[in-house]
Design a protein around this ligand. Structure first.
Ligand SMILES: [Mn+2]
Length: 238
């Protein structure tokens, strides 16, 4: 039976529209999974609702989207914060924690890597330029088509990510102004860019707990990016 992959959706409150870019769904289908979209529930949701969702899926994909509200790691909003939806944050933090507790494979993309790190006790830069500019930042918001591998990402040796990709460096697209800062306990850095920005994190002891800062769902024609979806769906099916 195909593994059922829960994918979180964004919510546009101005248009009253649940939304998800097609690449997330296509990546899962291409690799033999059954996508199952998870909308933001109304504000009355309970932990029993989260448990119900977790019981019906085999893997959790945390999709991209807006910034995470900094209250979830104990900070006030920085002047350079982007748009946030604290309701989505709250529900996804609960989903992520519950999935990890259940030993379920979790794959975080862009906002998803940040949310995963916060859910497990770490934090993020609210704005790289304002808070990590001293590192001599490279460009992380590419003025190039979304499927283009714009900057190099260096994969750490001995990581699950390295094992999945079979490469020490890949070219990845980049559309983010935030990034993982302090790692959550139990997680390790799996990849960085040349400026030291963390681009991937993982728990090497978990069945599959991986977050990437780039957007593999926009690069499905790239062998490396498809390998990420393959490994995630495979872990969710075993
Ligand atoms: Mn980047």
């Amino acid at each position: 039976m195909k593994p059922i992959i829960g994918i979180t959706c964004d919510y546009d409150w101005e248009k009253s529209l649940y939304q998800l870019k097609s690449g997330y769904v296509e990546g899962i289908i291409r690799c033999g999974g059954q996508p199952f979209l998870i909308p933001l529930l109304d504000m009355g949701w309970t932990s029993a609702d989260i448990d119900l969702i977790i019981r019906h899926i085999n893997g959790l994909l945390l999709s991209g989207g807006q910034d995470v509200h900094p209250r979830f790691f104990g900070e006030e909003p920085h002047a350079a914060i982007g748009r946030v939806n604290p309701y989505r944050d709250e529900m996804e933090l609960a989903l992520c924690r519950q999935a990890v507790k259940a030993g379920m494979p979790v794959f975080g993309i862009c906002r998803g890597i940040q949310l995963m790190n916060i859910a497990l006790g770490g934090d993020i830069y609210q704005d790289l330029k304002a808070q990590a500019g001293g590192q001599g930042l490279i460009c992380h918001n590419q003025p190039a088509p979304k499927q283009h591998g714009f900057h190099s990402v260096y994969i750490e040796e001995g990581t699950r990510l390295r094992q999945i990709l079979g490469a020490g460096m890949i070219y990845a697209n980049t559309f983010h102004h935030q990034a993982v800062r302090r790692l959550a306990p139990g997680l390790r850095i799996a990849a960085k860019t040349s400026d030291g920005v963390i681009e991937a994190i993982e728990d090497s002891n978990h069945s599959f707990l991986l977050g990437v800062q780039w957007h593999p769902e926009c690069m499905l024609e790239d062998t490396y990016m498809l390998k990420l979806f393959e490994a995630f769906v495979e872990a969710s099916g075993s």
